[in-house]
Design a protein around this ligand. Structure first.
Ligand code: PRP
Ligand code: ZN
Length: 284
């Protein structure tokens, strides 16, 4: 049984659950108990605060974890990043009151910066030769400048909404973050290693299928070349015969972002019966 530490609530929770579901992992009951086993895959989920996930994996309490890279970098625990997961993207940034004139990083010399990420911030300031006072607080960092507790902040920015509603502006991005799968191979026995390999395989399959569409269409034989030309960068579309020998069935995989422009071009050259499927639904 492989134990996966995941966030119990917060920005990572929903997308972590979506990923595991897409990977075919069903839970016994998603009541917020601490430890929840799967009913169809040899894993159990350990629900924790995101701040505690790196330590739980470093100590072997959990075998792997799903957590933001920001927490991994801040907590300095002995863990390996096994795979970036591409969701919960955010950045760790410096922000200051919006009416301040920002003159560059030197602005922070002699200033006080409030943050929940003192390790990452101190390392950055040292590297940049900025002499600022780092004031660690554990939550509501964004209110610190408004109440005179700090001159600026260093915190997670995602939509930017929190900064705007606190009259702050982002002036430097220090680190780009996203959810990552972390592990610690010190404690893995063969059985757990096998489950982990299967888990990673399934995650890869889900990621590969994301944002891809499977497209089918009927194409008159004399339009086949024109159609194949419109399907750029699409590796080997499959061409199948139809009962009517003047037509072919063409199947291709394409990026979601190209979907509408490709469909319009295909219609213009005479493709018919265009059908688009989600690939996610085809992953077993
Ligand atoms: C972070 C951060 C901000 C907010 C920024 O808190 O501390 O408050 O998100 O997001 P926005 O740019 O979309 O407004 P979060 O809710 O993740 O809580 P945590 O830091 O305690 O985990
Ligand atoms: Zn947190």
């Amino acid at each position: 049984m492989l134990r996966i530490a995941v966030q119990s609530k917060g920005r990572l929770y929903d997308e972590t659950m979506d990923l595991l579901k897409a990977a075919g992992i069903k839970l016994v009951a998603v009541k917020r108990t601490l430890l929840v086993p799967s009913r169809n895959f040899p894993v159990e989920l350990l629900f924790l605060r995101d701040d505690d996930i790196p330590a739980s994996v470093a100590s072997g309490t959990a075998d792997v974890g799903i957590v933001g890279l920001n927490e991994v970098l801040e907590k300095r625990q002995y863990v390996n990043v096994l795979r970036p997961l591409g969701f919960s993207r955010c950045r760790l940034s410096l922000a200051i009151p919006k009416d301040e004139e920002y003159t560059g990083l030197e602005w922070f010399n002699g200033k006080t910066i409030a943050t929940s990420y003192p390790n990452v911030l101190n390392e950055f300031l040292e590297k940049q030769n900025i002499d600022a006072c780092v004031h660690e607080i554990s939550g509501s960092v964004e209110v610190a400048p408004g109440i005179g507790m700090a001159d600026g902040i260093f915190d997670i920015v995602s939509s930017g909404g929190t900064l705007i509603s606190n009259n702050l502006k982002e002036v430097e991005t220090v680190i780009d973050s996203e959810a990552v799968l972390i592990g610690n191979d010190k404690y893995l026995n063969d059985e757990k290693r096998e489950v982990l390999d299967e888990l990673i395989f399934r995650i890869e399959a889900v990621k590969a299928a994301e944002k891809k569409k499977y497209m089918l269409m009927n194409v008159p034989l004399d339009k086949l070349d024109a159609v194949l030309e419109i399907l750029p960068g699409i590796k080997s579309p499959t061409i199948l015969p139809l009962a009517d020998d003047r037509w072919r069935s063409v199947h291709a995989v394409l990026d979601e972002k190209d979907l509408w422009s490709v469909i319009n071009q295909l219609k213009n050259v005479g493709a018919e019966g265009i059908l688009v499927l989600n690939i996610e639904e085809m992953v077993p």
